[in-house]
Design a binder for this molecule. Structure first.
Ligand code: FAD
Length: 307
């Protein structure tokens, strides 16, 4: 019950100010956010690589209000590409992008987001890595998929994300499960209405399994984004049945969540990618992590009260 309340709070400026200023916040945020600057995140990338893990990097931020902020977001990713070039990790260090941060919600936002994201995707391709477009709330998805399709004409390795809580997603998965595509399946992290999304956890999980089957049996490259142990073992079984080798799909988990499991799957020979978020505008990302697990909220409340 707490999840939807926290997700509603994630859109509130008043809550943003309160949470950002609260004593103790920084320490809890640090569990999910790898750092504030690219300099702080570079050692985390190399440490992950030393442990046999791969990463996808997310510069946090989404509720921008001006084209200048969208351009700044693009530049932050271009700065990141420069650093990734020096590390020379290829696709072992790729990037995840939220198009809202690139201007999608502004006037003329579809074209603006496409214009801002294209140079980042081009720069990524030039250093031998990839970009994945995150899935945000359902009202943004037609635009995200259209931008994804457009980018794939020149950069076919560009990935995208689909969410099992949405009724539309099985159709999207069938369309996307084609040769050369890279698709991350997740449960979905936004507050969505009953007209478009399953509300019941068991229904969301069942849909997740149906969608994984479509992706595993298809010709694309499935990226299984979940910490759910049941879904992870079903993914392994579906991969086996579809005749996929261990490097013909990958697991993805979030930085700071079930870190032992990252290492266990990598040690079993799986490709394991850690979604590593960094930056100063962490509020929306952080609140979604609290909404996913009420125990996080208790931990957060305790750390504020004891400061
Ligand atoms: P759950 O049933 O929520 O969790 C299973 C178990 O994992 C829990 O019991 C708990 O032990 C652990 N766990 C899960 N979440 C947390 C947490 N926050 N803190 C502590 N423990 C936790 N959503 C989108 O809408 N769009 C995206 O583009 C997107 N990208 C993602 C990329 C990756 C790599 C991952 C892993 C998730 C992404 N998500 C995205 C979030 C996703 O939609 C879910 O909200 C989130 O992954 C929780 O679902 P779960 O599959 O882990 O299962």
């Amino acid at each position: 019950m707490l999840g939807p309340v926290i997700l509603a709070a994630s859109r509130s400026d008043q809550m943003r100010r309160f949470v950002s200023a609260a004593p103790g916040t920084k320490q809890v945020v640090a569990r999910f956010i790898a750092g504030e600057t690219v300099d702080q995140v570079v050692p985390i990338i190399t440490d992950a690589a030393d442990k046999g893990l791969e990463v996808t990097l997310d510069v946090v931020g989404e509720d921008i209000t001006t084209p200048e902020q969208a351009a700044a977001a693009r530049d932050a990713y271009l700065e990141l590409v420069e650093r990734l070039k020096d590390l020379g990790l290829g696709t072992k260090a790729e990037m995840s992008i939220k198009l809202s941060m690139f201007g999608q919600a502004l006037e003329g936002g579809h074209e603006l987001a496409l214009a801002n994201v294209r140079p980042v995707v081009r720069a990524a391709a030039a250093i031998g890595t990839t970009v994945t477009l995150d899935a945000e709330d359902h009202t943004t998805l037609d635009s995200m998929f259209a931008i994804h399709e457009e980018l794939r004409k020149d950069f076919p390795q560009t990935g995208c994300v689909i969410q099992s809580y949405l009724f539309r997603t099985e159709d999207d998965a069938r369309r996307l499960a084609a040769a050369g595509s890279r698709v991350r399946i997740v449960k979905g992290a936004y507050k969505e209405p009953a007209e478009v999304a399953y509300q019941d956890k068991a229904e969301i999980d069942k849909a997740y399994v149906r969608i994984m089957r479509i992706l595993m049996e298809g010709a694309g490259y499935p990226m299984i984004g979940s910490h759910d142990p049941r879904l992870i073992s079903i993914a392994q079984e579906l991969g086996r049945r579809a005749g996929r080798k261990l490097d013909e799909y990958e697991f993805q988990m979030l930085y700071g969540i079930r870190s032992d499991e990252h290492l266990r799957l990598a040690a079993e020979g799986h490709r394991m990618r850690v979604y590593t978020a960094y930056g100063t505008d962490w509020y929306g990302y952080f609140m979604r992590r609290l909404a996913e697990k009420p125990a996080n909220l208790l931990f957060f409340a305790r750390s504020i009260l004891t400061k």
